[in-house]
Design a binder for this molecule. Structure first.
Ligand code: AMP
Length: 401
């Protein structure tokens, strides 16, 4: 089955086309557009290019389109992307303004441009369905909880990929299989062997840390919105809620100004005062900038804070995984996160760490009880697989009726 994965940002549209057959996923083609103001012409152009380059013979060859939707108002999981999903995304748009409206529009446009394809939405929150209520509840009045103030979690497709791949690397095929079956609506399979405890660090322009016990997320650093947890590139991360009213009074900022500053000029950019990109910040820190150094130190401290918390909640730790732009490329951040942990059973291999770049590797010492891996992010693979599964079910249901 040819599955197109559509990635829609506030000003971008990227796509990847795969041939999927059960567990086998073959990459066929990809493309993208930046500074998008008109999604429809980009989608039409992408489909035209796929036909012209003979990757497909007609648009109808695309049997399914998968969307990595961010936050539903009520919905989560992997669902058929119909009008009810579009409505739900728009209702949830206040907390994900950069992502929900483009996905709502994208689903509507693909329904028009690829009318034969099954459309599937895989929510980024889906991976947290099994986390315990106490990890998802904030200590707010019940009326706030009723209005939807709870920990949602994000980057679900990325952390799910890490859950599966790390289990494979650790020789735990039982757990890898458990992860594979997660969204198929079946009961979680029992784990008969010893528990597998992994902390996945997705560190990129947007970052989160997730504790994964036996392939299932127990908690994650992002909360109600993707603005919480680790310091992000230009977004705040964790903050005492009272800071908002304090700054309103102290600096005379309006709610709109505060919202803008927390989402556009905070995070690594806010602390360093010079860039939202770890490459620039590392360079400036190496040249003696104290602000750049403290930005890196805050990031590392925050990552270690979450890794430690989840290891404790899971009763131990078997592996730490680094993924995404910073996780795959910054040997400095990986080194600092893993430093001085010999007493916990982690011996880091700095030579291996310095050697690898954006490829899969184990960077802990041979004798380290806790393993450390770098695993390249592959969210599209997860979306393609889940889209294939749901689309196949839909097609066979139609065939049987
Ligand atoms: P992503 O959102 O996963 O594409 O990650 C993008 C971010 O990765 C950039 O904003 C940089 O901060 C970071 N990054 C990319 N390459 C490097 C590198 N070689 N060293 C440090 N950070 C990097």
């Amino acid at each position: 089955m040819k599955v197109l994965v559509a990635n829609l940002g506030s000003t971008s549209f990227k796509y990847r086309l795969f041939e999927v057959e059960d567990d086998a996923v073959e990459f066929l083609s990809k493309g993208g557009y930046e500074r998008v103001t008109d999604y429809q012409s980009c989608i039409k152009d992408a489909l035209r290019k796929l036909v012209e380059s003979e990757v497909i013979s007609t648009v109808d060859d695309i049997e399914a389109v998968g969307f990595k939707t961010v936050l539903g108002h009520q919905l989560t999981g992997c669902v058929v992307a119909d009008e009810s999903v579009i409505d739900d995304l728009m209702q949830g748009a206040e907390l994900a303004p950069a992502h929900n409206p483009p996905y709502a529009e994208g689903i509507r446009l693909f329904a028009r441009e690829t009318p034969k394809a099954q459309l599937v939405a895989l929510f980024e929150t889906a991976f947290y369905q099994w986390a315990k209520p106490e990890s998802r509840r904030y200590a707010v009045p019940q009326s706030w909880f009723g209005a939807g103030v709870k920990r949602n979690g994000f980057h679900g497709a990325s952390h799910k990929h890490i859950a599966e791949r790390s289990a494979e690397l650790l020789g735990r095929d039982d757990i890898a299989r458990r992860v594979k079956l997660l969204y198929r609506g079946e009961e979680l399979q029992a784990v008969e062997d010893t528990p597998l405890r992994v902390v996945s660090c997705h560190l990129g322009g947007s970052s989160s840390v997730t504790g994964i016990l036996n392939g299932v997320a127990i908690d994650t650093s992002m909360g109600l919105s993707p603005q919480s947890g680790l310091p992000q590139n230009n977004r705040v991360g964790d903050l005492d809620a009272m800071a908002v009213t304090f700054v309103m009074k102290k600096l005379g900022l309006s709610l709109e100004q505060i919202e803008k500053e927390l989402t556009k000029s905070s995070g690594l950019l806010g602390i360093s005062g010079m860039s939202n990109d770890v490459r620039d910040i590392e360079e400036a820190a190496a040249s003696g900038s104290e602000e750049a150094q403290i930005a890196l130190d805050v990031l590392v401290y925050s990552i270690r804070h979450y890794v430690g918390a989840y290891a404790f909640q899971m009763g131990g730790l078997d592996a730490i995984v680094f993924t995404a732009g910073i996780g795959e490329n910054s040997s400095y951040i990986r080194q600092k996160v893993c430093e001085g942990l010999e007493g916990f059973g982690l011996t880091f291999d700095s030579t291996k760490n310095d050697e690898i770049c954006a490829s899969e590797a184990c960077i802990s010492a041979e004798n380290s009880r806790i393993k450390v891996f770098v695993i390249p992010a592959d969210e599209e693979l997860v979306v393609a697989r889940e889209t294939y599964l749901l689309a196949s079910q839909q097609l066979s249901a139609v065939g049987n009726s």
